[in-house]
Design a protein around this ligand. Sequence first.
Ligand SMILES: Cc1cc2nc3c(=O)[nH]c(=O)nc-3n(C[C@H](O)[C@H](O)[C@H](O)COP(=O)(O)OP(=O)(O)OC[C@H]3O[C@@H](n4cnc5c(N)ncnc54)[C@H](O)[C@@H]3O)c2cc1C
Length: 496
Amino acid sequence: MPPLPNPDISTHPVILWFRQDLRLTDNPALLEALAQGRPVLPIFIHDDEAPQIRQIGGASRWWLGQSLRALDDALAKFKARLHIYRGPAQDVLATLCDTTGARQLFWNRRHDAGGKAQDTAIKANFQAAGVDVRSFNASLLYEPWEVRSLAGEPYKVFTPFWRSARALREPAPARPAPDAIPYLPPPHLPFAATLESLNLHPTQPDWSGGLAVRFQPGEAGAKARLAQFLEKHLQNYATGRDFPGLDATSRLSPHLHFGEISPQLVWQAAQDAVASGRSGATPKDLEKFLAEMGWREFSYHLQHYYPDLATRNFQARFDGFRFVENAAGLRAWQRGLTGYPIVDAGMRELWQTGYMHNRVRMIAASFLIKHLMVDWRMGEAWFWDTLCDADSASNAASWQWVAGSGADAAPYFRIFNPILQGEKFDADGAYIARYVPELAGLPARFLHQPWLAPASILASAGVRLGENYPRPIVDHDHARQRALAAFQALNAASAE
Ligand SMILES: Cc1cc2nc3c(=O)[nH]c(=O)nc-3n(C[C@H](O)[C@H](O)[C@H](O)COP(=O)(O)OP(=O)(O)OC[C@H]3O[C@@H](n4cnc5c(N)ncnc54)[C@H](O)[C@@H]3O)c2cc1C
């Protein structure tokens, strides 16, 4: 890019490029842009053809559309707007600099490989052209490269990673939203688009109803959810978080993913709620919650050092694992028709609400990989498309964790038993009843293995196995033996 002429910059705006930081509170790029004492031009670029960027899935597209609308509304209260452009980010930004005379471009960092590559190239091009480009951390408590072992190595195990991160420093305090945002509307640009024209909202059919019932995307929704969690659910989080029938976790993951709330703000609010006694939570509840935020940090740490975490086994020896082609099994799993109620409930919760409880994510993922022997990447891709919180780091790291191929992963012989897991974590069947209502009439002792129920009980509960609810698509004991044998063969091969 050739050097840009040096205009009189007193009224030229600072371009503030929003990406996964869709908030006004504790937004470092926004605060730094305001500190320049010039108008700020808030923009979003829909660059849906960038070859290096993994395009987001359907549920995330819905969320993004809602969140952009919420951000625009929030900016409107400051008499500013969010300007949306569609096209290659480099071209859009160059045109913006040309037409507005802007010579400063600020953003908060992305951490996925594609986003990082794009940012690096754009930064180099614009700096070479004389533009002041600055990037900030808005999404993590610790930058992924900050936490290193004494030997200077990245961590591969969570506990020492988290201990070392905590010892670095307390996360920075969250900074408030600004009081004012000076703004001048830009001239119309060829790349200008409306939110509607991005087609982020599903049509034909519009399947987003269940997502909208559960979530309120946007900064206000994130703050409301945090407040509700701290008031009602942080208490008992340490134990309650494992029970999918309870509303015991924060459900902040999509808000954090889209940057509608900063992890610093969540961290600080949780600490304050416990210190003041307001939440009724114990230090154990708090530590458990903070450690889960720590798993998010660890996932980003891993992604930073292993950028192809979503496609390549972290432990190369797993490359030799023989997954099977099981299109029918994959389809049954995706639709919540495996015949294992806890798995089906999870997959249907995902389909209906764009979310799945963490315990059930582990069970469902284990079922796909170990019972059906389907490549974990197929599951990762399905979650990528259907989760509102689909996140390049957390999704990939978690799938590899379940597969056993990841860092600090579950050992290969840990094969979740969907019957025992259901009995332990959904003993009263509240979760099953919500998402697999055709089984709701069964007594609790048969809920997790309806195929053992006597015909009379099935009949009085209205369950017709093979008709209105499937028989198990695979026998648990057989599947377990098959998976163990496959993993043992892998071990033997890698020991040779
Ligand atoms: C197979 C599989 C896939 C997953 N894919 C994703 C994903 O795409 N995006 C995602 O955000 N999480 C993912 N997770 C992690 C976890 O299930 C969700 O973060 C959690 O269920 C979100 O619910 P919550 O906000 O109520 O969590 P809470 O229990 O309230 O935890 C607070 C926050 O900590 C973070 N967190 C909690 N558990 C984990 C974890 N195990 N790994 C990383 N971060 C965590 C989340 O940001 C979460 O919002 C996945 C887990 C599994 C097993």
